[in-house]
Design a protein around this ligand. Structure first.
Ligand code: CA
Length: 304
């Protein structure tokens, strides 16, 4: 099985937060530090951009009631519609020095998201202040719950098909954890490591960043600063497959396409020098990987 990597959008500063909308065959994603949300239409090939002001946006996920839930640095907010561009804060979640990072909706329609120190001027992950972030969830009624403190860079997450396990990444200790997941209560417990990017079993993979689970229960993870996406078996913690990209700062991924067999991958050129960008001109592209021979599943939308 050989895969093919295509560039679908170029010159994003810091692409992140991909969400595939199967009803419109569009990929929503963010350009984090310039506070743009994007909508890439896979049918027409058009990419449209909407600026949400001067905060950092890491999440754009459709609401079942219409519009979108988005993040605005320390706040969660609703984007009324793509056409209006009107943003209304619904909760200030974090301290001013922090920012909300990756988020995803579970099968019950609850939004999970985490945080970290605002890294707008931090060049390398190893310079990031540690243990200042948390993992939260937002219920349909607007209530926010904190689940874990002392997170360094809260990042990708996903759930098994039977909703018994939640996987979650903290990028700085380079850990991928599993938790027992109670979808009704919206709680997690029994934390354990399923993949350790600082161990000898997983070498030269940089920092685990975004995550998407496939229908076989294997984890696809983007390797920031390593230019790769890996497929990892959470039962053994070992790398099953590696896909190499033409730039280093690979940030996140999600499955999409008519049958969920394409993997969309975001990347960054944020804080790269002009010389570095010249060396890797595709940094900051949105990629589509086809021919992987696996499939993902429909993304959930926020029930509130
Ligand atoms: Ca991320």
């Amino acid at each position: 099985m050989s895969e093919k990597i295509e560039v679908v959008v170029k010159n994003i500063q810091h692409g992140e937060g991909p969400h595939w909308d199967d009803t419109t065959q569009c990929l929503y994603y963010v350009d984090y530090f310039v506070n743009d949300v994007h909508r890439y239409n896979a049918v027409t090939g058009d990419d449209s951009r909407l600026n949400l002001g001067d905060s950092s946006v890491s999440i754009i996920i459709p609401r079942q009631k219409g519009g979108f839930v988005v993040s605005q640095k320390t706040d969660l907010a609703f984007l009324d519609s793509w056409d209006s561009g009107k943003v209304t804060s619904i909760a200030k979640v974090e301290a001013d020095a922090n920012m909300i990072n990756d988020g995803k909706v579970d099968a019950s329609g609850r939004l999970w998201f985490g945080s970290c120190v605002c890294g707008k001027d931090i060049h390398e992950p190893e310079d990031w202040p540690k243990h200042q972030g948390s993992l939260y969830s937002l219920d349909a009624d607007g209530s926010v719950k904190k689940h874990i403190s002392n997170i360094s860079i809260s990042n990708g997450m996903d759930w098994t098909d039977d909703n018994s396990v939640m996987y979650y990444i903290d990028s700085i200790p380079r850990q991928v954890w599993a938790f027992d997941f109670d979808i009704t209560a919206g709680t997690i417990s029994n934390q354990r490591t399923v993949a350790d990017f600082s161990s000898t079993e997983i070498q030269d993979m940089g920092y685990a960043d975004g995550m998407a689970i496939d229908t076989e229960g294997k984890l696809w993870m983007t390797c920031f600063n390593a230019g790769k996406v890996v497929r990892i078996d959470p039962e053994t913690g070992t790398v099953m497959r590696t896909v190499k990209f033409p730039c280093e700062k690979i940030t996140s991924c999600c499955f999409g396409g008519a049958d969920f067999t394409d993997l969309y991958v975001t990347s960054s050129q944020y804080l790269m020098t002009p010389a570095q960008v010249e060396k890797t001109p595709l940094a900051g592209s949105i990629f589509k990987v086809t021919g992987l021979g696996v499939r993902g599943r429909k993304a959930n939308t926020f029930s509130g």
